[in-house]
Design a protein around this ligand. Structure first.
Ligand code: ZN
Length: 205
């Protein structure tokens, strides 16, 4: 792609670093921004910069938050004894949208995937095991997608906390194998949360 301006070229190159954005789409977006009032480009760049600089991860559940302890963890109405284990922040958003879960979350930050070189120590697993050891959790609810990596992760955590006498559950499989939680429709997801099953049952299937 030949550019008549180095400034244009740089903007397109930066934009095309985003996932799913090729050079042509990047050029279209950049030219669109050029047609808009300057304030819009300023607002977009400030929003991105402020988010990148100031956003925090909740010290308890690792959800994205503006404060050290997120709104979910610090909400006294939420049931502190049930913790839902999810892969990332998008899963928290998907489950929150269903209004079917009133406990807390623990965001692992990924799934165990030996193929990609991701082991338990690359994820927020130990802090979850520590929470269980503290004895305040009665139920751990696994809500990872039912891929091989999701199952491996569930099983690894299950093994770590098996001896601590807490109830472990997993989403009822209304969601077909391989579906990501964030793409499941709200009613299906809601039903699979309400009808969650003991984790041991999922092992026998
Ligand atoms: Zn939190």
């Amino acid at each position: 792609m030949e550019f008549s301006s180095k400034l244009l070229e740089r903007a397109v190159n930066e934009m095309s670093q985003l996932p799913g954005i090729g050079k042509r789409t990047a050029l279209r977006l950049v030219l669109h921004m050029l047609k808009q009032p300057k304030e819009q480009a300023t607002a977009l760049s400030e929003a991105l910069l402020n988010m990148r600089n100031d956003v925090k991860f909740c010290k308890s559940c690792y959800n994205i938050s503006d404060v050290e302890i997120c709104e979910i963890c610090s909400n006294p109405v939420r049931d502190q004894s049930i913790v839902c284990v999810v892969e990332d922040v998008r899963d928290v958003m998907a489950i929150e949208n269903t209004n079917s879960f009133k406990g807390l979350y623990h965001v692992l930050g990924g799934k165990i995937s030996p193929m990609d070189g991701i082991g338990p120590h690359d994820l927020n697993v130990q802090s979850l095991v520590d929470k269980v050891k503290e004895g305040k959790i009665k139920e751990l609810f696994f809500a990872l997608s039912s891929t091989m990596e999701g199952d491996t992760t569930n099983f690894y955590i299950f093994k770590q906390i098996q001896d601590y006498n807490i109830f472990t559950s997993t989403i009822a499989r209304g969601i077909s194998v391989g579906d990501e939680l964030e793409y499941a429709d709200e009613i299906t997801l809601s039903r699979s949360i309400v009808n969650r099953v003991p984790f041991e049952n999922s092992l026998k299937l």
